[in-house]
Design a protein around this ligand. Structure first.
Ligand SMILES: Nc1ncnc2c1ncn2[C@@H]1O[C@H](COP(=O)(O)OP(=O)(O)OP(=O)(O)O)[C@@H](O)[C@H]1O
Ligand SMILES: [Mg+2]
Length: 499
């Protein structure tokens, strides 16, 4: 029973406490006070934690390597996006997939509850600012963001062994379904003015190329082979682990200009839903920089080097050429300083061995699920070491347009599957070498008034013209050869007369 006595005792206790508090505040030196408060808070915190049945794990945005955003953090963010939209009161939003849908994530200090197999856990998002800049509008390097997971200690094993692996897998599959694909480039990214996104050497835009395999004009069997190979590769994680090889594959696409090499790369990226890293070799300073670029590429991507024969001297002639230059320099010491003064531009110092290491050296295993693609117009110019199987596993020849390829283009450009003029076009295409790019250009109805038949007739005219020109070509070449020979005979005769 609460009695008057108890009230009076409580009152006197309160009065004494207030007295001691006032004494503590006024008479104790501030230094001692601070020390007492510091230790008190530390031990109370420890005491509370000791008795609390809950455990916490934090997942920071940036771990030891400041420049690489933690993949786990990103996966958690993606996983929690669905939960955030249902429960959180404050959220951050970002556009995904053509700007048509939103990726929501938790706002600062927001909390959501997640449940898996009957076990409840709590997630919260926390941003900490350095004391020097607490109200910065822009994200600064002093800003630390992390997710905190809180759960009951009796679920420790379940959370570590089942819940977290489930969350990471689920988060990754959501990310693949929702992500905006990117086209990266390194061109122009190493000047003194270049400020990479948190130090990265790649810049990117959204990858939106519409190319698809069914639109590609090439032999059906070849197309099917590539599709099957890519689909097999995508599922071959365990196979690569079993045989002890990094999970990557090399593709060499070769053929004349306008035969669809770049279009094929875009179709491959769309089929696999990969990002593309378009590597401009001439903009890479040296082998070290090439390695850094490689390390910064992510998994599920195509690393593309276009026109590899033009990028560097990779013909195996490089060393001979260099030796020759050095020879000349020694022979002609006066000329060289002048040449140097004229400002011979120092180009890329990437070597063939640097590139070979890039493709399958020890560093190339730092990511996984990657395809390296080279395109070239002149396969014969490349060093055999560069394109041997194992480095470039699949060689695809992209060739001139024949009847089978034409039918794909006609279906795509004119929505025509058959027409009486197809036969004529078919036989002309067998006799002439026209690239799919030229055929496509001739097929395109450049006005709404132009009928499909006119488009086909235009193509026939263009093909006949090419055929005529190719007939004349050998004659022209023969006459020019004859002219050359006659001229050389004349000069020989003249020399004889002079002597
Ligand atoms: N096989 C093809 N199927 C469908 N379209 C094609 C094909 N080849 C070329 N084209 C069309 O021609 C254009 C040029 O093709 P693309 O750039 O892919 O050729 P390329 O082989 O990469 O040429 P280059 O060697 O000059 O880089 C493309 O925009 C595409 O529309
Ligand atoms: Mg190309």
């Amino acid at each position: 029973m609460i009695t008057f006595d108890m009230f009076s005792q409580f009152g006197s206790l309160l009065a004494s406490l207030m007295f001691f508090w006032a004494m503590y505040q006024h008479y104790l030196p501030s230094k001692i006070r601070e020390a007492i408060e510091f230790y008190a808070s530390r031990y109370t915190h420890k005491l509370v934690n000791y008795f609390s049945p809950y455990l916490a794990i934090t997942f920071a945005e940036y771990t030891n390597d400041r420049f690489n955003r933690s993949e786990v953090y990103t996966t958690i963010e993606t996983y929690l996006s669905d939960k955030s939209s249902m429960e959180a009161r404050s959220m951050k939003a970002d556009y995904i997939k053509d700007g048509k849908s939103l990726l929501l994530s938790l706002g600062n200090n927001e909390e959501v509850v997640d449940q898996y197999c009957g076990v409840q856990v709590r997630w919260s998002f926390i941003t900490e600012y350095s004391s020097s800049n607490p109200y910065s509008f822009y994200p600064t390097s002093d800003e630390k963001r992390y997710y905190r997971l809180v759960f009951h200690s009796r679920h420790r094993k379940f959370v570590l062994d089942s819940y977290l692996p489930y969350l990471l897998e689920e988060g990754e599959s959501i990310a693949i379904r929702k992500r905006r694909r990117k086209l990266f480039t390194n061109a122009g990214n190493d000047g003194p003015d270049w400020m990479g996104d948190r130090g990265t050497m790649w810049s990117h835009i959204e990858f939106k190329h519409p190319a698809r395999f069914d639109m590609l004009a090439m032999e059906k069997s070849k197309k099917q082979m590539i599709i099957e190979d890519l689909q097999w590769f995508q599922e071959a994680k365990h196979y690569y682990a079993e045989i002890g090889k990094p999970w990557k594959r090399g593709y060499l696409l070769y053929g004349p200009p306008g035969t669809g090499k770049s279009t094929l790369v875009a179709a491959m990226a769309n089929l696999l839903e990969y990002d593309i890293y378009d590597l401009e070799l001439t903009a890479v300073k040296d082998n070290m920089q090439l390695r850094k670029l490689l390390i910064e590429t992510s998994s599920k991507s195509i690393i593309l080097i276009e026109d590899i024969d033009c990028s560097l001297d990779l013909t195996g002639q490089r060393n001979k050429k260099k030796a020759k230059e050095e020879d000349n320099r020694e022979k002609d010491p006066i000329k060289n300083p002048i040449q140097e003064a004229e400002g011979e531009k120092k180009g890329s110092e990437v070597t063939l061995s640097g590139l070979l290491n890039f493709i399958d050296g020890i560093w190339s295993a730092c990511g996984e699920e990657r395809i390296i693609v080279f395109t070239t117009n002149h396969m014969e110019k490349l060093d055999p070491a560069l394109i041997r199987r194992g480095r470039m596993d699949v060689h695809v020849e992209m060739s001139y347009c024949r009847y089978e390829s034409f039918k794909v283009l006609a279906k795509n450009y004119l929505k025509l599957e058959s027409h009486p003029l197809f036969e004529t076009i078919g036989s002309l295409l067998e006799e002439t070498d026209m690239t799919p790019a030229d055929v496509a250009e001739n097929l395109m109805p450049r006005s709404v008034k132009i009928s499909k038949e006119t488009c086909l007739e235009n193509l026939i005219k263009a093909l006949e013209k090419v055929k005529e020109e190719s007939k004349l070509k050998p004659k022209k070449e023969a006459t020019s050869e004859q002219d050359k020979e006659e001229k050389s005979h004349d000069s020989e005769d003249r020399n004889q007369v002079e002597t």
